[in-house]
Ligand binder design. Structure first.
Ligand SMILES: Nc1ncnc2c1ncn2[C@@H]1O[C@H](COP(=O)(O)OP(=O)(O)OP(=O)(O)O)[C@@H](O)[C@H]1O
Ligand SMILES: [Mg+2]
Length: 234
């Protein structure tokens, strides 16, 4: 059984079609699958289709063997999939702790346990638990957004450009965390840092103009002409 199966998916915004016959899979032995491509390629749109935020107009999406194509976003979360959107959507005026709480809809008993797990992953969040999220640095806010998504105990986590707009050093920290998370949770990683994400990924997909233009192992894609010519500055 695949963790994720996207089969022949088309997505429109009104009359405008932005994804064309997109197929992608995350196999059960994949830890990280990377989705790369230029601005406007449709990467975030694909995540929105998978999470049910903006459903596909045709095609099939299966998460851990369940057809989720027609399910609502919260039903899809219950099937083990959660995405951290590009805009982190934090509650700026709420504390770090309360933001984490917003991610949880588990029973009170396991909430404390889960928040402890998140603090272990991101010690800075425990240190800053009472600070308003809006006053954190960009990198710290990204940690809150990821931490909040972990509160739902996903089995499959999609991250939409987690290192976006971060200084190189902070971006590296995010990549380290993604690798750590992927020990337990399968990660679908959308990234502009093509070399870093493909180095980390078991497999990857290159999306251009709403179509899958190349796919393969991380190494195969790094060596492919499509990626070398378009995405790696030599
Ligand atoms: N709500 C919307 N309404 C209309 N068009 C949209 C909407 N959201 C995205 N689009 C269009 O769909 C296309 C794909 O956008 P999308 O955000 O999925 O790209 P992306 O690959 O995530 O790009 P980026 O790397 O810049 O985040 C773009 O042409 C964009 O303008
Ligand atoms: Mg995007």
């Amino acid at each position: 059984m695949n963790d994720l199966l996207v089969d022949d998916v088309n997505v429109h915004y009104g009359d405008l079609q932005v994804l064309w016959d997109v197929s992608l899979e995350i196999r059960d032995d994949d830890d990280v699958v990377a989705l790369i491509g230029p601005n406007g390629a449709g990467k975030s749109t694909l995540l929105k289709a998978i999470s049910g935020v903006h459903p596909a107009s045709s095609g099939t999406i299966e998460i851990f063997g369940t057809d989720t194509t027609e399910l609502t976003p919260s039903e899809i979360v219950r099937n083990g999939f959660v995405q951290v959107p590009e805009a982190r959507n934090l509650f700026d005026d709420m504390s770090v702790y309360d933001n984490l709480k917003m991610g949880a809809y588990t029973e009170r008993g396991s909430f404390d346990e889960t928040v402890q797990e998140v603090y272990e992953m991101f010690p800075i969040l425990e240190e800053r638990r009472d600070q308003k999220a809006g006053t954190l640095s960009g990198g710290q806010q990204q940690m809150v957004a990821i931490g909040r998504s972990l509160m739902t105990k996903p089995k499959l986590l999609a991250l939409d450009e987690p290192s976006g707009a971060l200084a190189p050093q902070l971006a590296d920290r995010v990549f380290e965390k993604v690798e750590e998370i992927s020990d337990d949770i399968t990660v679908l990683l959308v990234e502009q840092h093509v070399d870093k994400s493909l180095a980390l990924a078991d497999r990857g997909y290159l999306l251009e103009n709403g179509r899958v233009e190349a796919e393969g192992t991380g190494d195969e894609l790094l060596e492919s002409e499509a990626v070398k010519e378009g995405y790696l500055s030599v």
